[in-house]
Design a protein around this ligand. Structure first.
Ligand code: ASP
Length: 434
């Protein structure tokens, strides 16, 4: 039978009632047999995420301090959830073991992973499903990449009938030590399981109905994004639209398994489908995302275009300072490099001095206070009139465009504006296309 993988985020498993709710969601479709869970998240605005409490416990234990207070909150939460769900699981014993392991100096990754581990134990017991220890199957190398053997191992383990529950967020090193992904990494586990079982869909259940075409804090009531491609979502995620962990795209995009972002509070809402290809006829631009906090390093030198290696030397200065860059639009005698402010922090003067010394430019300066806005849509760069519409919208709103980068990807036009113009610019672009 076709299989669907469902990943439930922290807010969907935050308490017993929400776990009952996800059971109702799972029961709606018999193909939903592979369940990946996060650790319980916040139940309200002032609440604490279990993962944050676990990190805190580890830090305290590491400094030889008492963990009683945060561990008490962890214990209470799991006891309450499992008691309320009346699962037959010795949660007290599992918690006592964890308490002891933390005090005995367990690694940070191990401690953090227990949030998902315990949650998956409870959900598996409640669903009468099979708990699968992620660390026994998912191998993560030193660069944080998932080793190929993980897929084989999972697919043979998950081959019987029935429901399986897998904790998200972690696997193990090739040496067998528990290792977590970066924060929000349960999305990655869901994608790995989806690829391993060759799912027909990877449903990612959250507390929002998928992506919106722009940030609701900037644009009033932005339209929902119904269908978007893997490449488009990656560009948007990179520019700050974050509902879904960007690294979670790769395992499923390879296999063209669609990702469906859904809302546990409105299970009938279709959410957003992330697919390999979409019909771009009715919607050219799928989303507009942006970020503030960028600086421009501007270098001018007459006859720069004749100097072989000028760009390389500029980039190696940045490299020597450990600075990664975002874009590098260049002219005949000018080069500008856009970097995020946190990359430059505390290094500006030294970078300037090195550029002056090593490149002897006619002019160099670093100015901060820029925002970048990405207007994203497959094939839009080749579509006549799109760029004109974008620039006209900004001109009509009286916004001065400081940077234009159509880059090498044909799905994205990036404009840089002054921070003060950021919100107006996003609104103007949204009005023009959505
Ligand atoms: N629990 C982990 C975190 O808070 C992973 C996740 O929820 O995806 O980052």
């Amino acid at each position: 039978m076709d299989a669907v993988v469902c990943k439930f985020g922290g807010s969907s498993v935050a308490d017993a009632e929400r776990i009952r709710n996800i059971q109702a969601v799972v029961r709606l479709d018999p193909r939903r047999r592979f369940i990946v869970v996060s650790a319980p998240g916040k139940r309200n605005k002032t609440d604490k995420k279990i993962t944050d409490l676990l990190y805190l416990c580890h830090e305290l234990a590491d400094q030889g301090l008492d963990i009683d207070e945060p561990f008490h909150l962890i214990r209470e939460r799991y006891i309450e959830i499992s008691g309320d769900l009346e699962v037959s699981l010795d949660i007290t014993k599992l918690l006592a073991d964890l308490d002891e392991q933390i005090r005995a100096g367990a690694s940070q990754d191990f401690v953090a992973s227990r949030g998902e581990f315990l949650c998956a134990q409870i959900v598996a017991a409640f669903f009468h499903g099979t708990f699968i220890e992620a660390a026994d199957h998912i191998t993560i190398d030193s660069e944080g990449m998932v080793e190929e053997r993980s897929y084989k191992s999972l697919s043979s383990t998950l081959s019987a009938e029935g429901i399986y529950v897998i904790p998200g967020f972690y696997g193990s090193t090739p040496e067998g030590e528990v290792k977590t992904f970066s924060r929000g990494g349960s999305d990655i586990t869901g994608a790995i399981v989806a690829r391993a079982v060759q799912a027909v869909a990877y449903e990612n259940w959250t507390d929002v109905s998928g992506f919106l075409m722009s940030d609701p804090n900037i644009v009033a009531n932005p339209k929902p994004m119904r269908t978007v491609t893997y490449r488009e979502i990656r560009e948007l995620a990179y520019m700050g639209a974050n509902v879904f962990h960007e690294e979670a795209i790769f395992p499923v995009s390879r296999e063209k398994i669609p990702i469906n972002i859904r809302n546990t509070h409105y299970p009938k809402d279709p959410g957003t489908m992330i697919v390999a290809q979409r019909d771009t006829k009715d919607r050219v631009v799928v989303g507009i995302a942006g970020k503030i906090g960028f600086s421009i390093i501007f270098v001018e030198k007459l006859l720069m275009n004749k100097q072989v290696g000028f760009g390389r030397r500029l980039f190696s200065i940045l490299e020597a300072h450990g600075i990664s860059f975002e874009h590098a639009p260049s002219g005949i005698d000018t080069m500008s490099v856009i970097v995020s402010d946190d990359q430059l922090k505390g290094k500006t003067q030294r970078v300037l001095e090195d550029i002056k010394k090593q490149l002897e430019p006619d002019r160099v300066d670093i100015s901060s206070g820029f925002a970048l806005i990405a207007t994203v849509g497959e094939g839009m760069v080749y579509r006549p009139g799109i760029a004109a519409r974008l620039f006209a919208a900004l001109a009509n709103a009286g916004i001065n465009i400081r940077i234009i980068d159509q880059g090498s990807s044909e799905i994205n036009i990036i404009v840089g504006v002054e921070t003060a113009d950021f919100e107006n610019a996003v609104q103007a672009i949204y009005q023009a296309f959505c």
